[in-house]
Design a protein around this ligand. Structure first.
Ligand code: ZN
Length: 463
């Protein structure tokens, strides 16, 4: 048993009910329910990988307790990651372009990776996430095979490298093993680096994924449909049924680009969200990533079905995707989570405030999401979207993830604890505990030299 004394801690507004997280619905009452503020002098007991009692207002730290000066938050969930994109950071900004020209640069990196270099790059990227307070990553993984589509001896060697990477970086992972079969909505075949993504058809994908062994304690296996561009309509139901049978999360890219919507309407006479709804893909275990260019009908389909939406504000800015209708999606009934996607930056504070600040740019009005809603999206909603409903809250019985943020640094000094999402960056994270184990202390990873590992891993795939 370890006892922590937090100067301030952000506790959930009410004990979680049998259904888990309160939904992020609209309206003043819901905003108030999610608007909890940090409380002072909190004694947090950790027994193994779970929280024991959590007691606010205990006064000073009792003897033997580990002191946590600053603000202690639940662990962040990075609900949408492509680990190898970290090698592109700072290298794609030299000229004009768009999502599609960026994608060609990304494919060039994808084509160089093998299981060893993938492990090294992902381990360093996940360790950077740990430093930023991420305790669980959702890895949207489609780089399955060797060059030209050649199978590795272990057909899951690339996925296994990601699981090892997360374990070595000290964070949990949900491997969202992705179906990727075609190059366009009208079914053009894959070519070049894309050949590494395909299992031939959805049955072939299911057969390969079925060869994964049982998941260890810090791993979940989930499914992903890359997009309506990459999975023909006739194959969608196979993937949805696979995920439903196993009760695992199902993620997909949705309407990130207007061209995807136009191509889908041309091929199928309906929007991507309408097509997915028809084929049984939407529902509470499903998360749509981006949902940037959606219609009122799309939003209603997503919200009524309880489909979550994962926003990736820093990537959506970087790729000139556009600004998604975050508040409208939440009001329609979609729980919102957050991801760093291309890892143009890895900073959960920036993603969380991006939810609010991008809405301000879109609407000309301030005050769309309360601080408690930003926290919920960055923590409990993200963990739930990745199949961990027992994470993301500092509460008895939950997974013992803690993220302590300094309130005495140049960015956060003088800031009230509830204002941390509008002041802090990942560099203000001082200590991170994942499932009861200290992974970051004094702002440093306890097991890895993260900058050196990033430099070496990126040099390897770019040389
Ligand atoms: Zn993505």
């Amino acid at each position: 048993m370890t006892r922590y004394h937090a100067e301030y801690a952000w506790l959930p507004p009410a004990p979680p009910g049998p259904g888990g997280a309160p939904p992020l619905a609209g309206g003043a009452a819901a905003t108030a329910a999610n608007g909890a503020e940090p409380v002072a002098d909190v004694l947090i007991e950790v027994d193994g990988d779970r929280f024991g009692t959590v007691t606010p207002g205990v006064g000073g730290p009792p003897a033997g307790a580990v002191r946590l000066p600053g603000l202690t938050l639940p662990g962040f969930a990075n609900a949408h990651s492509h680990a190898f994109h970290r090698a592109l950071r700072g290298r794609t900004h030299g000229g004009r372009g768009d999502f599609w020209s960026w994608r060609n640069l990304m494919y060039a990196v994808a084509d160089r990776l093998d299981p060893d270099s993938y492990l090294a790059l992902a381990r360093a990227a996940y360790a950077e996430m740990a430093l930023a307070g991420v305790t669980c990553v959702g890895e949207f993984h489609y780089l399955h095979h060797g060059p030209g589509g050649r199978r590795y001896h272990d057909p899951n060697a690339m996925g296994a490298a990601l699981l090892a990477a997360a374990a070595q970086a000290g964070i949990r992972i949900t491997l969202l093993d992705t179906v990727y079969l075609s190059a366009s909505v009208d079914g053009r075949p894959l070519t070049g680096p894309q050949l590494r993504f395909s299992d031939g058809d959805a049955e072939g994908w299911a057969e390969r994924v079925g060869a994964f062994g049982p998941a260890p304690g810090q791993v979940r296996l989930g499914a992903a449909i890359h997009s309506v561009r990459a999975v023909p309509a006739g194959q969608l139901a196979v993937v949805a049924a696979w995920a439903a049978e196993r009760g695992c999360p199902l993620h997909l890219h949705l309407s990130e680009q207007p061209a995807e919507n136009a191509d889908c309407r041309a091929a199928y006479g309906r929007s991507p969200a309408e097509l997915l709804a028809e084929h049984g893909v939407l529902g509470p275990a499903t998360t749509a990533v981006h949902a940037t260019h959606v219609t009122d009908t799309d939003r209603a389909l997503l919200g009524r079905s309880g489909t979550g939406v994962c926003l990736c504000p820093s990537t959506e800015r970087d790729l000139a995707d556009g600004i998604g209708p975050a508040r409208d999606l939440a009001d329609a009934g979609s729980p919102l989570s957050l991801g760093s996607d291309s890892h143009a930056i890895i900073d959960p504070f920036e993603e969380a405030r991006g939810m609010e600040l991008d809405e301000r740019l879109r609407s000309g009005v301030r005050g769309h999401f309360g601080p408690g809603e930003l926290l919920h999206a960055a923590t409990a909603a993200g963990h739930a979207a990745l199949g961990w409903p027992d994470a993301g809250r500092i509460a008895p019985g939950q997974r013992a993830d803690l993220v302590t943020v300094r309130l005495d640094g140049p960015r956060t000094a003088g800031v009230p604890p509830a204002g941390v999402f509008f002041a802090a960056t990942a560099a203000d994270v001082d200590r991170v505990v994942v499932d009861g184990r200290v992974v970051v202390s004094g702002g440093r990873h306890v097991g890895l030299d993260v900058p050196a590992d990033l430099r070496a891993a990126i040099r390897e795939v770019r040389s």
